[in-house]
Design a protein around this ligand. Structure first.
Ligand code: ADP
Ligand code: MG
Length: 240
């Protein structure tokens, strides 16, 4: 579904991503772990061109999206993204947050968009919040709404950048639960997280990123139980 070839990203003189190669299959759950500043967010943002790669190629469903002639807006509709800071529209109700993109971008009629939104609200356990405003929700609820909003566009892949890092500890579980159920339904997912228990349980493949490269990758069993790289071992010894 996604192929990354020799991806580099520089910010001025700073060489942040230093040659990343990766293939992600349909239905796969890829979890990216690694120290702060290693380039995890930059990498995720290069997958949908929120950051423009300095060098290399990203293809999505067979099309080169780094090709200058490619219409990235069409592709972004198929790539849902969820951030650490929920980024809900504060002046819009929950239902309007979820239906806005399908109505404006997909030209869906309002009744259909609302029906889909209500299904998604059921899925994330927040049907009773349809008319609430973001300020009336807890962090965990906001993040579940942000996930529902991304899903409303019927993405083919979901990108998560530390979706639980801004949450109070008691709210982490409810968001991971929603993500796990998405994975169980076969959604293709790329997840940056520090939740190692979740990574082990839900990930099909773990990537350990450090200093702008994928230092090590493998099944959760391989990476967590017998890491081969010294830097992976050092990192895991600090976080496990
Ligand atoms: P991670 O998500 O692993 O913590 P990031 O991808 O956010 O790492 O950042 C990697 C490095 O790139 C950091 O040193 C960060 O300061 C730098 N960086 C990220 N975005 C920018 C930017 N827009 N301009 C300059 N430097 C940036
Ligand atoms: Mg980050």
């Amino acid at each position: 579904m996604i192929t990354v070839k020799n991806l580099h990203k520089k910010f001025g003189q700073l060489h942040i991503l230093k040659g990343i190669d990766l293939e992600i299959s349909k239905g796969e759950v890829v979890v990216i772990i690694g120290p702060s500043g290693s380039g995890k967010s930059t990498f995720l943002r290069c997958l949908n061109l929120l950051e423009e790669p300095t060098e290399g190629e990203v293809t999505f469903e067979g099309e080169s999206i780094t090709d200058k002639r490619h219409n990235i807006n069409k592709t972004r509709e198929k790539m849902g993204m969820v951030f650490q800071q929920f980024n809900l529209f504060p002046h819009k109700s929950v239902i309007d947050n979820i239906t806005m993109a399908p109505i404006r971008v997909k030209k869906m009629d309002k009744a259909k968009a609302e029906a889909i939104a209500m299904d998604l609200l059921q899925t994330v356990g927040l049907a009773d919040k349809r008319d609430a405003y973001p300020s009336q929700l807890s962090g965990g609820q906001k993040q579940r709404i942000a996930i529902a909003r991304a899903l409303a566009m019927e993405p083919h892949v979901m990108l998560f950048d530390e979706p639980t890092s801004a949450l109070d500890p008691e709210m982490v579980g409810e968001v991971l639960e929603v993500m796990k159920s998405l994975a169980d339904k076969g959604m293709t997912m790329v997840i940056v997280t520090h939740e190692m228990g979740f990574a082990r349980e839900v990930g099909d493949r773990i990537l350990f990123m450090d200093q702008g490269v994928i230092m090590e990758q493998g099944t959760p069993q391989q990476v967590f139980n017998s890491p081969q790289n010294q830097r992976t071992q050092d990192f895991l010894s600090k976080v496990l």
